[in-house]
Design a protein around this ligand. Structure first.
Ligand SMILES: CC(C)(COP(=O)(O)OP(=O)(O)OC[C@H]1O[C@@H](n2cnc3c(N)ncnc32)[C@H](O)[C@@H]1OP(=O)(O)O)[C@@H](O)C(=O)NCCC(=O)NCCS
Length: 157
């Protein structure tokens, strides 16, 4: 994801997360963390054959813990495997960053997303009450362990 993707991504945000969509500032700040000598973010987009943006996702890293910050697929592309491709990309990025675990938050009533995460080996570890604001919905916290990639292991000696 680059700065010019922010506007179309905001369109998808409004569609997919009407109650708690991210602002442009949040994406600018996240993308700033994806560059420079010590990046801690990886944001990706998926484009359809016509160049239209149909999905996106982002990972944040702190120490050896990765966090799936956001993931979304346009309604007309949901159920086609795109969410799984985006998530694998983020998990590969987490391994490349040397993460040993990845966490994520998902609305407790979002069964579809939870099924995707369970399929990728995530398991529930707790609930954050009122996590999603302003709606006040609870978040389920899910976690999976990760093996850092071979290159990262060599880098770290
Ligand atoms: C959650 C989301 C990203 C998944 O993306 P997707 O492209 O629809 O997912 P995929 O097609 O890769 O499917 C992955 C898994 O999700 C589950 N899934 C997909 N479509 C489903 C449906 N209609 N009903 C129930 N589960 C479904 C299945 O377990 C599927 O695995 P399978 O193909 O082995 O059966 C997408 O539905 C989305 O953007 N939802 C709205 C925004 C959102 O909730 N984001 C997550 C916030 S935490």
């Amino acid at each position: 994801m680059r700065w010019w993707d922010i506007e179309p991504v905001l369109g998808l945000e409004a569609e997919l997360f009407p109650e708690d969509a991210w602002s442009a500032e949040m994406f600018w700040s996240e993308l700033a963390g994806a560059r420079g000598p010590r990046p801690s973010r990886r944001y990706v987009v998926a484009e359809g054959p016509d160049g239209r943006l149909v999905g996106y996702g982002g990972l944040g890293v702190s120490g050896e813990t990765g966090d799936v910050m956001t993931i979304g697929v346009t309604e007309d592309h949901q159920g086609t495997g795109l969410g799984a491709r985006l998530l694998s990309e983020l998990l590969d990025a987490a391994a490349g960053f040397g993460c040993r675990e990845v966490l994520l938050e998902v609305r407790v009533d979002n069964e579809r997303a939870q099924r995707l995460y369970t399929g990728f080996g995530f398991a529930p570890v707790g609930v954050r009450r009122g996590y999603y604001q302003p709606g006040g919905h609870d978040a389920l916290v899910m976690r999976r362990e990760l093996e850092p990639t071979e290159e990262k292991k060599e880098e770290d000696g």
